[in-house]
Design a protein around this ligand. Structure first.
Ligand SMILES: [Zn+2]
Length: 108
């Protein structure tokens, strides 16, 4: 099987299952919070993750993983610091992105 045959086009997700709960994913041109424009945000109360589309596609994907981690953190009450979420998400994004064979092994 060639790499081209292995590559599966995946559309932009509109929802994600976080510990059994369906979170809507909203892709928006800009996201503003009290402290200014954000690359993303998540709300366990409203079960929504918002991602800014004004950033590069790879940043959007990193931000989605980051916000998913925030949602998991809030759901289970681990109380991770923002820096911890940022580092874990960015590193995990890189590791998973660099090892598609591991993802395939884990989830098939
Ligand atoms: Zn964050």
């Amino acid at each position: 099987m060639t790499m081209k045959q292995k590559t599966k086009q995946v559309g932009t997700p509109e929802s994600v299952n976080i510990l059994g709960k369906t979170y809507a994913i909203e892709w928006l041109p800009h996201i503003y919070e009290d402290d200014g424009e954000q690359s993303g945000m998540s709300s366990t109360r409203h079960q929504v993750i918002k991602i800014s589309t004004s950033h590069h596609k790879e940043q959007q994907k990193d931000t989605l993983l980051h916000e998913m981690l925030h949602a998991v953190d809030e759901e289970i009450g681990t109380k991770l610091e923002e820096e911890q979420v940022r580092h874990i998400a960015t590193c995990l994004f890189q590791v998973l992105n660099s090892n598609p064979n591991i993802l395939e092994f884990l989830f098939t």
